[in-house]
Write a protein that binds this ligand. Structure first.
Ligand code: BJ8
Length: 422
């Protein structure tokens, strides 16, 4: 609409480029999502949330921003959104999942870098992401080298605050992380002009916990056979969690779960009972990356879980709500470090345990280990996971890809062969 164009113009967006970008989305969305059979009716909310991602949601954020609420962009599930929520701030997960912005990203970054990083950089430089245009500041973190060094470049365009995330999980690392959370707390207090009291932080923790609990409930529903919801739809929901209003989103996920639980009771699902069940593990899949899920599910299998940061790692580690003082609350926030098993950590053997547990819970017939091209942590760790799964007798297929469609036929052949074998 003209009102949206006006809003985008005011955000200094490149309207022409943005038109081209948005123009391709409805077709892709219809092919990947709307043509699925037997979708849960309450997916309608999420379909609409995606359709309004650059429209209605941005309008809402800008109104809240005008009312004085700070807007922060984040790139990693370790960044404690609870602190942003504590000052009634808006937290947006900004990772990029689009091939469209890669060429621009490559103008400032090396080509042999993970597509997630090149895409997010491209979104900023191309000025086609209204979220990137609306944020007051970004919160980066020292995870992989690619991200860590990208913050220095991004900081030329948007103020980018960096948290030092330790890469081990010893007592000393927990102390370091606790200090980093305190430092971020100071930054958010300074930016918002509000002191973060125990009461405010408790409210932020509750908000984030409720969203994590709803997503965990969604994942439990997927353990049923037949699966009541496709992996594609579950992935879309996870991706939208990073953009939507957390309270509304949580209520909608819970409402969808009511429907899914009714389906399970009736024995109703999206795939036939006995369809091959796949657990995906590896790098995050940022919006609008749906390629792997689409290939696997059009081949007749159903994805029943993702051990990724757009999956279980996002909602891992509930934060204790009973901290009495801010110091205790910060300690509790810091403890979440031990619950999320990202390949940026060493050693990271708990991730293998997570994968085995999740595969068992979801009754997976096989695991697809998915790594974005040039992601060193997840690619290198693949060998350890592969060995452990082979020892456990769980079939595993390792795939590496980027955001382009060039390798789709090749991936499909390998996925078909894997499904035939399991
Ligand atoms: S907790 S997975 S969100 S760092 S950007 S590591 S794909 S080369 S994203 Fe992550 Fe936090 Fe860990 Fe999760 Fe590889 Fe790309 Fe790096 Fe990536």
């Amino acid at each position: 609409s003209e009102a949206y164009r006006e809003m985008w113009r005011a955000l200094d967006m490149d309207l022409e480029k943005h038109d081209v970008f948005l123009g391709a989305l409805p077709g892709a969305f219809s092919e990947v999502f709307l043509q699925q059979k037997n979708r849960p009716a309450r997916m309608a909310y999420f379909d609409n949330a995606l359709a309004e991602a650059h429209g209605g949601r941005i309008k809402e954020i800008l109104e809240q921003k005008k009312a004085g609420r700070p807007v922060a962009g984040t790139f990693c599930v370790f960044v404690p959104e609870e602190l942003i929520f504590a000052v009634e701030g808006i937290s947006i997960g900004l990772c990029g999942g689009a091939q469209f912005t890669i060429p621009t990203g490559e103008q400032v970054l090396p080509r042999n870098l993970c597509p997630l990083i090149k895409s997010l950089m491209g979104f900023k430089l191309d000025r086609i992401c209204p979220y990137f245009q609306a944020v007051d500041f970004l919160i980066g973190e020292t995870t992989c080298d690619g991200k860590k060094k990208t913050w220095e470049i991004l900081n030329e365009y948007v103020p980018t605050y960096v948290m030092e995330l330790p890469q081990k999980k010893t007592a000393a690392d927990l102390t370091l992380w606790e200090g980093e959370i305190n430092r971020l707390k100071g930054e958010i207090e300074r930016r918002s002009g509000q002191a973060i009291s125990a009461e405010k932080l408790a409210a932020g923790i509750k908000k984030a916990n409720a969203r994590r609990a709803a997503l965990a409930r969604l994942y439990r529903a997927r353990q049923a056979d037949p699966a009541p919801i496709s992996g594609k739809d579950a992935l879309l929901i996870s991706q939208l969690a990073f953009f939507d209003d957390p309270e509304r989103f949580t209520a909608q996920v819970n409402s969808l779960c009511d429907e899914l639980e009714e389906r399970i009771a009736r024995g109703e699902g999206v795939a036939r009972k006995g369809a091959p069940r796949i657990l995906v593990t590896g790098t995050p899949m940022a919006l609008p990356y749906w390629k792997l899920h689409h290939l696997v599910e059009t081949a007749g299998a159903v994805i029943v879980g993702e051990e990724t940061c757009t999956g279980t790692r996002y909602f891992a580690g509930q934060v204790a709500e009973d901290g009495l003082t801010v110091e205790e609350q910060v300690k509790n926030l810091a403890r979440r470090l031990t619950a999320i098993n990202c390949a940026c950590f060493t050693p990271n053997k708990e991730r293998v345990e997570d994968i085995l547990r999740l595969a068992r819970e979801a009754k997976a017939d096989g695991v697809i280990y998915f790594s974005l091209q040039f992601c060193q942590p997840f690619s290198v760790e693949g060998r350890l996971v592969e060995k452990a799964l082979q020892e456990a007798g769980l079939p595993i297929l390792r795939l590496e890809s980027d955001y382009s469609e060039e390798d789709a036929a090749q991936l499909k052949t390998r996925i078909d062969a894997f499904l035939e074998m399991i």
